[in-house]
Design a protein around this ligand. Sequence first.
Ligand SMILES: Nc1nc2c(c(=O)[nH]1)N[C@H]1C(S)=C(S)[C@@H](COP(=O)(O)O)O[C@H]1N2
Ligand SMILES: [Mo]
Length: 333
Amino acid sequence: MLIRTHQDGFIHPLSSEITKPEAYATRRQLLRQWSAGAAAAGLAGWTQREAFAQGSASGLQKLAALPASQSNVQGAMTVEKLTSLRDATTYNNFYEFGVDKSDPARNAHTLKTSPWSIEVEGLVKKPTRFNLEDIIKWGAMQERIYRMRCVEGWSMVIPWVGYSMSDLIKRVEPLPNAKYVEFITQVDPQTMPGVKGGYIDWPYTEGLRMDEAMHPLTLLTFGMYGEVLPKQNGAPVRLVVPWKYGFKSGKSLVKIRFVEKQPLISWAKAAPQEYGFYSNVNPSVDHPRWSQATERRIGEGGLLDKKRKTLMFNGYEAQVASLYAGMDLAKNF
Ligand SMILES: Nc1nc2c(c(=O)[nH]1)N[C@H]1C(S)=C(S)[C@@H](COP(=O)(O)O)O[C@H]1N2
Ligand SMILES: [Mo]
């Protein structure tokens, strides 16, 4: 986002290249060599890389199933073609594990996801730390097929599993003066190699206005493709806000804080002229360094393929436009 985008002249491998059989074979060979090198050097983690390269049809280790019913929330089930599991788990932004798209899939195996708890603090009836096992039971798990649009100009369609954030919020009883919700994510220099790079001020934090957090589309997410979240996608629990740029969807949440004033989110702190608090997908508001009018759907082909037009609120206008009635969205970007 801040650095290393196509527009800045850094070239990432395209997912289409990764999935081409020949490219995949080369990649597998590379991974093998690497693994062998890592094993020889006595480095940990190579078995997982190997499993990743050679595993099941999807190329992934099988994760625990996460049963869910189909969502009944309006707008939560796009009929667009799903992004492949391989693309969704090998083309990631998770800067705690490195800034290249392929870094999280390689590095996130060190993330320790159990035991896990979320601390709920600030303006709530009773600030408490809750175990994930309890939180999981607070809402009815649903599968939701959401379009995701990164600020960098690419998009995916992913079947997430989780329940509406509103179920958690109601449960913890915010006080009347709680106007915003801050989401604080895991930071552990021991297991997160990217945290040593000073890209942002860790921990990575996000924020929503209370009505945005309470909107039924805002998903507290525990899984994808019918399984628990892979680590590179933000295990064991993350946020997914489908009408906003991907970075609003904080991964590996450890703290939820209810506050009165609009919180300063990580990206706005790092580059205030480029990233605002709202970050709604809006094709008519350009990023200072590139247009946001179009996007490249991961898996549909390379840079030369025709781009898709980006939709207002990422296609969720009917559901969420009323939240911003009367606001100047060019100013509140
Ligand atoms: N903790 C944390 N959460 C994060 C990020 C990150 O770097 N760290 N990147 C964000 C960005 S920019 C995007 S586009 C999405 C990507 O989610 P995905 O890898 O599951 O597609 O995660 C978001 N959540
Ligand atoms: Mo992003």
